[in-house]
Design a protein around this ligand. Structure first.
Ligand SMILES: Cc1cc2nc3c(=O)[nH]c(=O)nc-3n(C[C@H](O)[C@H](O)[C@H](O)COP(=O)(O)O)c2cc1C
Length: 360
């Protein structure tokens, strides 16, 4: 792993500090790629704004113990109910990219979701986080043969599960990237480095994002030979959550890709109850989009999520200070969650429920 000298995130005390440090560490086009979204960025704004629509109903004198954030996801123990999102082109933010992210997640007992189009190969990412319950994210594109090549590599490397990103049949219409004429393909090829004869064909399939065959049935066929649990990412409706459960998925991630794909979607937090009602209890439910604070995590859990996933927050940590910066972002979330749980009169994640919230 590259060691970048002089990086120290001790001065980062809150989300504002983190954002400022990240902003400092990135050139304009990279910052626009990180922060921006599709179209007029209405989905991006909706995601964060939705958290302000809920406020807490604290209980007093509950005699609760100092809170623990320990939980399980798909049966795996975690020290906090948080995963880092799969974000590709990660070498734009720091040379260590997802090596730093997976390492930081392991440091604090969070889950990491390593992306298909990472800067470093999936095997190297597994090497820096050998003890954690790492998952590998795949785009359902291209031929079955090439898709299964990557599934087999994830299995051999010891990944514990797969995340299928289903909301990306084509890249979103991202105004800022278009204005910047931003090209970043060279930092998305980590997983093709070891493919020798197939590298160009496989990357070509990813670039084309051609998915005429990729339906729920086709995906089930593509995954028939793996015993790894599969989670479908990009679900926004009860209907698709139900279809995911029926195809045998172990979970879904309620997500609009951080508002980077289709603009003018509802906030993911708004859609969460619909998904919980459709499949709650049958499969695990994670949510991402707009999580910036520990209180945001608690609101998502109170509305029925088992796990929350952080994208930009982790990417900002990476920009701000590599592994140290991502760890700092995760530690800030955890610290605020612990304090807030205590102030809500709760001792554990199991005690987080809907009665904790009311509309603002
Ligand atoms: C810079 C960046 C790159 C991303 N790349 C991917 C990707 O390769 N695959 C994927 O499934 N999602 C990708 N995402 C979406 C995230 O996984 C996640 O859904 C989103 O960031 C959550 O919203 P948030 O950023 O508000 O936390 C990316 C997000 C960002 C910010």
């Amino acid at each position: 792993m590259t060691v970048v000298p002089g990086v120290n995130s001790a001065h980062i005390k809150n989300f504002g500090d983190l954002k400022a440090a990240a902003r400092n560490g990135a050139r304009q086009a990279v910052w626009d790629f990180l922060e921006g979204g599709a179209g007029a960025e209405r989905s991006v704004a909706a995601n964060t704004d939705e958290f302000d629509r809920w406020v807490f109903r604290p209980r007093i004198l509950t005699g609760s113990k100092p809170p623990s954030l320990a939980t399980t996801y798909l049966g795996w123990p975690l020290r906090m109910p948080v995963a880092t999102a799969p974000f590709g082109a990660d070498g734009l933010f720091h040379p260590d990219g997802q090596l730093a992210v997976a390492g930081a997640a392991q440091d604090v007992g969070a889950l990491a979701l390593a992306p298909h189009v990472s800067t470093h190969p999936l095997e190297k990412i597994r090497e820096v986080a050998p003890e954690s319950a790492l998952m590998f994210q795949l785009h359902p594109v291209g031929s079955l043969t090439n898709f299964r090549r990557l599934v087999r590599r994830a299995e051999s490397a010891g990944y514990r599960g797969l995340v299928i990103t289903a909301d990306c049949p084509t890249a979103g219409y991202r105004d800022r990237n278009l204005a910047n004429q931003f090209v970043y393909e060279d930092v998305m090829r980590g997983n093709y480095q070891g493919e020798k004869d197939h590298a160009e064909e496989m990357f070509g399939e990813f670039r084309a994002m051609s998915q005429p065959l990729w339906t729920f049935d086709y995906l089930a066929e593509a995954l028939a030979e793996t015993s790894l649990p599969v989670v479908i990412k990009g679900v926004l409706t009860g209907e698709d959550a139900l279809l995911s459960a029926e195809m045998g998925a172990a979970g879904v991630i309620v997500s609009n890709h951080g508002g980077r794909q289709l603009d003018c979607t509802p906030a993911t937090l708004r859609q969460l109850p619909e998904v919980v009602e459709a499949v709650g209890g049958r499969i695990s439910i994670a949510v991402d989009g707009g999580i910036r604070r520990g209180t945001d995590v608690l609101k998502a859990l109170a509305l029925g999520a088992d796990l929350v996933v952080i994208g930009r927050l982790a990417a900002m940590g990476l920009c701000a200070g590599g592994r140290d910066g991502v760890r700092r972002a995760l530690e800030m979330l955890a610290a605020e969650m612990v304090k807030s749980l205590a102030l809500l009169g709760r001792s554990s994640i199991a005690e987080v429920d809907r009665t904790m919230l009311q509309p603002a």
